[in-house]
Design a protein around this ligand. Structure first.
Ligand SMILES: [Zn+2]
Length: 131
């Protein structure tokens, strides 16, 4: 069935990326594998897979939601300041316990590092200052 192919394409995109992808990135990369992939199918896949714990939502404040396949271990994320892509850092890490002040309800925590990804690090840096 056509939908099965589209879902397989999405799954493959997530496996190959090995980093959290936005819905638009999933759609864009998925279309390289399956031309007829539509946004509704991507949305349905994301909704179902997150409900079934087959997909983890990476939700940084002020950023679009991203999705990745569940990892075996807790790991920090890395944001590239050049291309704004998010990567998994394959480092074992446990978040410290947080004693929140009264009135605060902690519902999540993330360790985020930033810098340049290998691709952007190879590019000559953009000239700053002169227009
Ligand atoms: Zn980059």
């Amino acid at each position: 069935m056509a939908t099965t192919q589209q879902r397989a394409a999405i799954q493959l995109v997530l496996e190959e990326a090995r980093r959290p992808l936005t819905r638009d990135e999933i759609l864009c990369l998925g279309r390289e594998k399956c031309l007829r992939l539509g946004p509704a199918t991507v949305d349905r896949f994301i909704r179902q897979a997150t409900n079934n714990f087959q997909l983890v939502c990476v939700d940084f404040p002020g950023q679009p939601k991203r999705f990745e396949l569940p990892a075996d271990t807790e790991h920090p994320h890395f944001v590239c300041r050049e291309c704004e892509r998010v990567f998994d850092l394959p480092i074992m890490m446990k978040l410290p316990e947080v004693k929140a002040p009264p009135g605060f309800q902690v519902t999540g925590g993330e360790v985020i590092y930033s810098g340049t990804c290998p691709e952007c690090g190879k590019r000559p840096r953009r000239q700053m200052g002169s227009v």
